[in-house]
Design a protein around this ligand. Structure first.
Ligand SMILES: Cc1ncc(COP(=O)(O)O)c(C=O)c1O
Length: 355
């Protein structure tokens, strides 16, 4: 039976990326060695790293005022690495709290300096994105989570501000063209739209660095990683390779415009189906709904397990809502095919008819 992979991350990857990665585990580029066996300072790997870095810059249309790093530690490490590098103890950073990940981010930042939570959607269970809030001009930076993976909301336009804008883009990176130059720092774990778990993409405008007095351990210091070209220590070689293959795939398929077109088609079909079938309910404000993660509920809670059981029987993987939110969550990352959403919405219709 064909499996439809709606996992929230790690999640679906393009078939051809999986095939290329699998082949490279046995023999990388016909050199007679596995990608897992080559040194990270060999030309073989340095070329992979260089291509990945260039693809990031090309897809995001960034110039040389930005640096691209591939780091260890997942997005969670960035929750503390960002303030460690940018926020002095007596300074204040502004944070938006629109969900579990943004909440974790500002709590980590408060270990390094002062935090001003300038917007929060906790009043309505994170079912919307705050708009029109004040951003203090003296804040060191504003941090947002561009897509709230757990709650199913997404920023479709960004706050206009003169202070550096920082975004955790873990769950919608490379899913849409944006004016990436409006951000001073972007980070994302790779395991959703960009490849395998184990590597973290970090894009930074160089001029925001070096402005604090705190000593920073070398492995945490962005400037040291830039100097070393992401090779300060052994990088996650295989994860960087899979990210490079996925970036190549995105470019070949038509870039971020094409990814967005596909996402709008997939999410459009799913949200339309939810809104037209009375047994389902999506509590997320329509203008803030995520194109990546749709969160919704069956009005009659007693049908929830029956629906999940039907999904399992029909090869629909990873649709159970996050443990603190409940309900259903369908993730539609770049590599998820439109046909999978068709299969899922057919199942929803069938279930609604029967129940
Ligand atoms: C938006 C967002 N930020 C951060 C994280 C944490 O990422 P990691 O597990 O790579 O630390 C996740 C994980 O799903 C996420 O969705």
């Amino acid at each position: 039976m064909k499996k439809h992979n709606f996992n929230s991350g790690p999640s679906v990857l393009p078939q051809e990326v999986l095939q290329q990665a699998a082949a490279a585990v046995i023999d990388f580029n016909n050199i007679g060695l596995s990608i897992l066996e080559i040194g990270h300072r060999t030309n073989w790997f340095v070329e992979v790293l260089e291509e990945a870095r260039n693809l990031v810059k090309e897809l995001m249309q960034l110039d040389d005022t930005y640096e691209v790093l591939f780091l260890h530690g997942g997005a969670t490490t960035q929750f503390m690495q960002v303030p460690m590098n940018l926020l002095d103890t007596n300074e204040t950073a502004a944070y938006c709290d629109n969900g579990i990940w943004g909440n974790k981010a500002w709590k980590e930042a408060s270990l390094f300096g002062k935090v001003n939570v300038v917007a929060s959607s906790t009043d309505k269970n994170h079912t919307y994105i705050n708009k029109g809030f004040d951003i203090p001009a003296d804040a060191k930076y504003l941090h947002i989570t561009s897509n709230n993976t757990v709650e199913g909301t997404q920023w479709h336009s960004f706050p206009q501000t003169d202070i550096p804008l920082i975004a955790d883009m873990s769950s919608d990176i490379f899913s849409r063209p944006l004016n990436f130059k409006q951000f001073s720092l972007i980070y994302a774990g790779a395991q959703k739209n960009m490849g395998a778990a184990g590597v973290n993409l970090m894009v930074v405008k160089k001029d925001i660095l070096g402005k604090i007095s705190r000593p920073i351990p070398a492995i945490m210091d962005y400037r040291k990683h830039i100097e070393a070209g992401s090779l300060m220590n052994t990088p996650p070689v295989f994860a960087v390779y899979v990210a490079m293959l996925t970036l190549r795939w995105i470019k070949k398929e038509g870039g971020l415009k094409e990814m967005e077109k596909r996402s709008i088609a997939k999410a459009g079909l799913l949200y339309d189906t939810i809104d037209t079938l009375p047994i389902f309910h999506c509590p997320i404000a329509k203008e803030d709904r995520s194109l990546m993660n749709a969160v919704f509920f069956i009005k009659d809670e007693s049908l929830q397990n029956k629906f999940l059981e039907e999904c399992k029987l029909n090869g629909m993987i990873g649709v159970k809502g996050y443990r603190t939110v409940g309900g259903i969550r369908v993730s539609m990352y770049n590599a998820l095919e439109y046909e999978s959403v068709v299969a899922f919405t057919d199942l929803m219709k069938d279930f609604a008819n029967k129940n």
